[in-house]
Design a protein around this ligand. Structure first.
Ligand code: PEP
Ligand code: MG
Length: 579
């Protein structure tokens, strides 16, 4: 039994499918003479990335029990050694320079050559090294090819996916009707892979040390996404117990569906708006089935994932229109592209380079304003979709008033251009809102409220940037604390600024979908929460048994605390008293 972070509830039981790093078709081509040095550079970058990955895995290995920690550390050390000044590296560079082979093909050829020279030796130690050389080669090829698209459609139905690391884009390719769930060695609880898992309703555990040791395809696995436990080849009694728990978990979920047609109203009569966050259009059915009053956050990144080109205006428009029409008069809040940091789109990669601090770099609206064509295309598609139903536009990672003004100017210009083209537009332009997810934005919420039509508080990034905790890093996941007084003060400050300026304010980070925080957020004055569809019934149940006056009092007493442990106790006691 292994322990990791339970990031998406539910229990997956099934045969393991181990994702092999870099099991992809390697392209082969001859380089033009003037492209050779750039190719050597590209190979060096892939090598450096591999070193970083291996060092990260080393950090993880130290958490393994007993002798396993040392065994894995030795192995990783050997892999690292193969990446500096080794025969492999020299050989690949020579092939690129002398034979003008592309880097992927050069890695493949060099690995085969090394394996052949080892194969001639009758030495058990060296033959074990062949497997290591191949593994390092696969890692290099995968880095060179930059996130190959995983072919999960070929995986046997009912499989549990096990991998070193999965990107949000990899996760988006998992069909919950075919894949039972997944577990990874790396990854934090609030990163987008975790959010994608929750959206898809896939039970998932991330950051489980020792996950890939001695496991074979087809071995039986249990992933418990609530407790964070992963059982490899469990005994029959353990399997039976999990089958029972899985059945009762599903029965409880079914039972909760009965709430979907009831209003989200507190015991003392205040109405709360519960919206759904959408990662992928295929979640729409669940959102509607579970009673979403609208879409509070449409993450448009899905339109850019798992492809090498960019979607044009018509394609984006058709997708958005489909969603707006399906929502049938309920509001849709479409966010402009939020790539960069941990979320990358292959076709936009050339804009990013390899920044030292991607989370602080060129991402989200910063990219949109630097590459106006990208943002204009999105705004045009959103404007056209707004002619088919209520749509608001949300701007991610805003930190200055100038950014909001620039987007608004662009929105007006795009609308004029569309009008000249004779395109059908909504009678009034969509409202333009700011995501408040950077501490600096929260602290200037009063000024930002003068240039924004609404606010959406993104607690995921707000926590990450306030506490300087990478939301996707399992090593610091225990310090990611939504109840840190600094975070709560920023939320409170933002809500108060919005209320003073009479603009709507919602919370759309993961905090909004956890019923534990419902009394606190409502007590702070929030009346609109947006969450993964599966959480809608849980938050509605909590809202319906909540006394808002009491919750406001409790929020007041929480806000004068300086210790998050004390805050957690005050909040949990309040929740427990409500039963
Ligand atoms: C957030 O940061 O809280 C948020 C909702 O946006 P994302 O998770 O997409 O960064
Ligand atoms: Mg965010």
């Amino acid at each position: 039994m292994l322990r990791g972070l339970g990031v998406s509830p539910g229990i997956a039981i099934g045969p393991a499918h181990v994702v092999e790093a870099g099991a992809v078709q390697v392209p082969e081509y001859v380089l033009m003479p003037d492209a050779v040095e750039a190719e050597v550079e590209r190979f060096s970058a892939a090598t450096e990335k591999a070193r970083r990955q291996l060092r990260k895995l080393q950090g993880k290995a130290s958490l393994l029990p007993g002798a396993a920690a040392e065994d894995v550390a030795i192995l990783l050390e050997a892999h690292l050694a193969m990446l500096s000044g080794s025969r492999l590296i020299r050989g690949v560079e020579r092939r690129i320079r002398a034979e003008r082979q592309n880097a992927e093909a050069a890695v493949q050829a060099e690995i085969n050559a090394i394996a052949q020279s080892f194969a001639g030796m009758d030495d058990a130690y060296l033959s074990a090294r062949i497997a290591d050389v191949r593994e390092v080669g696969r890692r290099l090829v995968r880095n060179l090819m930059e996130s190959p698209f995983q072919a999960f459609s070929m995986v046997p139905a009912g499989s549990v996916i096990l991998a070193e690391e999965l990107t949000p884009a990899d996760t988006a390719l998992m069909d919950p009707r075919r894949i039972a769930g997944f577990a990874t060695l790396l990854g934090g609880a609030e990163g987008h892979t975790a959010i994608m898992a929750r959206s898809l309703g896939l039970p998932a555990v991330l950051g489980a040390p020792g996950l890939l040791q001695g496991i074979q395809n087809g071995d039986m696995v249990v992933v418990d996404g609530l407790s964070g436990r992963v059982h490899l080849n469990p005994q029959t009694s353990v399997l039976d117990e999990y089958r029972r728990r899985s059945a009762s978990w599903r029965a409880e979920r079914e039972q909760l569906k009965t709430l979907s047609r009831l209003p989200a109203i507190t015991r003392d009569g205040t109405e709360v708006t519960l919206h759904a966050n959408l990662e992928l259009p295929r979640e729409l059915d669940t959102a509607l089935e579970l009673g979403a009053a609208g879409i509070g956050l449409l993450r448009t990144e899905f339109q850019f994932m798992n492809r090498d080109d960019l979607p044009d205006e018509d394609e984006q428009y058709e997708t958005l229109r489909g969603i707006v029409e399906r929502m049938d008069g309920r509001p849709v809040t479409a966010r402009t592209l939020d790539v960069g940091g941990e979320k990358l789109a292959t076709a936009l990669r050339q804009h990013f380079g390899d920044p030292a601090n991607p989370a602080l770099g060129l991402r989200a609206i910063r990219l949109g304003l630097k590459e106006p064509r990208l943002l204009e295309t999105q705004l045009a598609a959103m404007l056209r979709a707004a002619a088919h139903g209520p749509l608001r536009i949300l701007v991610p990672m805003v930190v200055t008033m100038a950014e909001m003004r620039a987007v608004r100017t662009m929105l007006h210009a795009v609308a004029r251009r569309l009008h000249r083209r004779g395109v059908k537009l909504p009678p009034v332009l969509p409202r333009l809102g700011a995501m408040i997810e950077i501490p600096g934005a929260a602290l200037s919420a009063d000024s930002l409220s003068t240039v924004s039509d609404f606010f959406a508080i993104g607690t995921n990034d707000l926590i990450q940037y306030t506490l300087a905790i990478d939301r996707g890093d399992e090593q610091v996941a225990h310090m990611y604390d939504p109840l840190h007084p600094a975070v709560l003060r920023l939320v409170q400050f933002t809500v108060e600024a919005a209320l003073r300026s009479r603009i709507p304010v919602s919370v759309c980070g993961e905090m909004a979908g956890d019923p534990r925080y419902t009394p606190l957020l409502l007590g702070l004055g929030v009346r609109e929460l947006s969450m993964a569809p599966a959480n809608l019934p849980l938050v509605k149940r909590r809202t319906r048994c909540l006394d808002l006056i009491e919750a406001t009092r409790r929020a007041d007493s929480i806000m004068i605390q300086s210790d998050s442990g004390r805050i957690a106790t005050l909040l949990d006691d309040f929740n427990d008293a409500a039963g």
